[in-house]
Design a protein. Sequence first.
Length: 224
Amino acid sequence: MSIAENIQRIVSQLPASVRLVAVSKTKPVEALREAYDSGQRIFGENYVQELCSKHPLLPADIEWHLIGHLQTNKVKYVAPFVSCIQSADSEKLLKEIDKEARKNDRVIDVLLEISIASDGSKFGFEPDDTFLFLKEGRYRLFPNVRFCGVMGMGSFSDTESITRIEYRTLKIVFNKLKAAIFKNEDAFSEISMGMSYDYHIAIEEGSTLVRVGTSIFGERNYNQ
Ligand SMILES: *Cc1c(COP(=O)(O)O)cnc(C)c1O
């Protein structure tokens, strides 16, 4: 199947409340172009250098989401153009995003990455820490950051019940944050969860953004 056919097949399965992030890490610009030509507008990349080299070669109306772990010293490279940083996983990083957004006269959308994987293999705020940081109101010190929701990665597990519990946890964290902190902020509305092999489960558990790579572009080859 072609990239365009894969995208059509996936999009046709998504409820209207769910948007597709095409995860294009390691894939050449031509593959992204093919996805773009079939109507895809949101692309997710993991690595700053790769994102910065692809961005100028592709149309300006693409929404670039950074989904990989971001080091504070690299925020400056993506701040001029990134649409959303989904992997905001520390207060220090949020502070840097705010600073670089201000320099570029922008407000940058972020998702709070929450650690939900039971195998402990991922980055992210511990759910309780997120609360503390937000409850104390320190996030208000970052006016050039717009808090748009949460993001999570499940365990490397093919056990459906584990994945489901993890995604359910993320939805609960979102609901709590929404009720306690962001009740009046319409922007706080996204739950980014679900990848190629489990996006159906994620949608059932309340995802609004699915991040799909392999099922669109095929397997990745990191040695190329
Ligand atoms: C690579 C990646 C994805 C996509 O994974 P696939 O299994 O290829 O769909 C989604 N989210 C993050 C954070 C990733 O790093």
